[in-house]
Design a binder for this molecule. Structure first.
Ligand code: IMP
Length: 179
């Protein structure tokens, strides 16, 4: 499979994703019973994951969005995080940040810092993927669908230069076929 100049190979299939996302939804529903959590989707990459996760949660909950961007170039983290102007009111709420992938973790660290200023009751993170070998922060990550090696991936919301987000499966960069 090719996007722009790069080749990708199959990595995690849509049924595997659905199974894990629904397990995570059940776990969150148990942990947040009676807490009316607020899900905050980090745009744009987490949209696809969040729409499946949110529908697999069975407790009363609300949905908000925030934008944050850390990718300066196309396949490596820039280290500079820009948080969008719209900040949901999280005062006194149990917040669950929904992210597509934790790479360095700097995006989530920055978003958490910004939200803490409003004194939420709690903040936690639910992410589709995590690359533990790349982490530069000490985030607590109780809700991760898949830990993966430090390779570049696309699909199920994740992009390469804004393309590939619509793919139902997740693909990994095929180094052998990419110059
Ligand atoms: P972090 O701040 O380094 O954790 O970067 C997180 C953001 O980088 C994610 O929300 C993604 O938008 C992007 N990102 C990190 N790794 C990948 C990848 O393998 N594919 C696509 N986007 C990625």
């Amino acid at each position: 499979m090719q996007i722009h100049d790069k080749h990708f190979k199959p990595f995690i299939t849509a049924p595997q994703i659905q199974e894990r996302v629904s397990e995570l939804g059940k776990q969150i529903s148990q942990d947040y019973a009676g807490k009316n959590p607020m899900f905050i989707v980090i745009l744009n990459g987490a949209i696809v994951f969040a729409s499946d996760l949110f529908r697999s949660v069975s407790v009363p909950c609300t949905l908000e969005t925030m934008s944050a961007k850390s990718y300066g170039s196309q396949t490596t983290s820039s280290g500079t995080v820009t948080v969008g102007a719209h900040i949901p009111n999280v005062h006194g709420r149990h917040v669950i940040l929904v992210e597509d992938i934790v790479d360095t973790g700097l995006t989530l660290q920055r978003v958490t810092e910004v939200l803490q200023q409003q004194h939420p009751e709690s903040i936690t993170i639910a992410a589709l993927l995590s690359k533990p070998a790349m982490h530069k922060t000490k985030l607590h990550l109780p809700y991760i669908c898949f830990d993966i090696p430090p390779a570049f991936v696309v699909g199920y919301g994740l992009d390469y230069a804004e393309h590939g987000r619509n793919l139902p499966d997740i693909y990994v960069l095929d180094e052998e076929h990419t110059l």
